[in-house]
Design a protein around this ligand. Sequence first.
Ligand code: SAM
Length: 260
Amino acid sequence: MARTSPAVANDAGAWHAELLVTADDLPRSELVGRASRDAAADVLATIDRPRLTWGAGAMRPEGLVAVCNDVILNGRDRVVELGSGVSTILLARLLTRRRPRGGWRLAAVEHDARWAQRVSDQLDSEHLRRHVTVVHAPLVPHRLAAADLGWYDEAAVVAGLDAVLRGDLIDLVVVDGPPAYAAGHGLARYPALPVLQHRLAPGATIVLDDIDRPGEQEVLRRWESNIGLSFHRLPEPARVAIATNSRTDRPAGHSSAAMH
Ligand SMILES: C[S@@+](CC[C@H](N)C(=O)[O-])C[C@H]1O[C@@H](n2cnc3c(N)ncnc32)[C@H](O)[C@@H]1O
């Protein structure tokens, strides 16, 4: 594990110390310019008074940096996350600082009502709630889920995203939920793209976390063959895969305003 990777830390001081990532700790890739790395490192270093731990289930800093870079380099401002946590706070902080001209919105879909409340409390404490909605959607049986696995209550997801996006398309989606670490849960995240693909803007970025696990690797294979996307895999320590939505047509039912 890289020394900058967060361990499970219940002590707020230790957790804060682990956020002190410098630009030199961050991964280099063809996408990542020095200015972007510095900006992302700055964001990672600035949380105070945390209510959330950076747990073992959270995205690695290096994976989050790849997401932050996409926000910075591609001007993302209609963002959806599946699975909330410190990533939600960091993305909200980054978007707040950038103040995109057309405004911004972030929807974080969360299955656990108590965790949703904690994330919301942290957002409140940082006055970030105006543009961020934590969409509570419990896990229920789903037509696209593997046997014995559920997915987010699709009606709750649809209602939440409709309210947040108001007809706009998603330009960045981060798939880091539902939890998929338990044995037999490897395909838990598969429904995300089939459900959300008609809401993705042409050129939108799709990110899947935890690609070190066999289940997420199979999810990627299925997305690539069923949906026709091509993912760039960033191995450890980032352990995320990133794709660009190659569709150029506009999905039915979305206005031109939705295309930015
Ligand atoms: C893979 S985690 C999502 C993590 C989030 N995207 C992040 O990077 O911070 C999936 C689920 O685990 C739960 N979770 C996230 N962080 C947690 C923590 N520190 N402690 C307990 N549960 C957590 C939430 O219910 C979340 O939806």
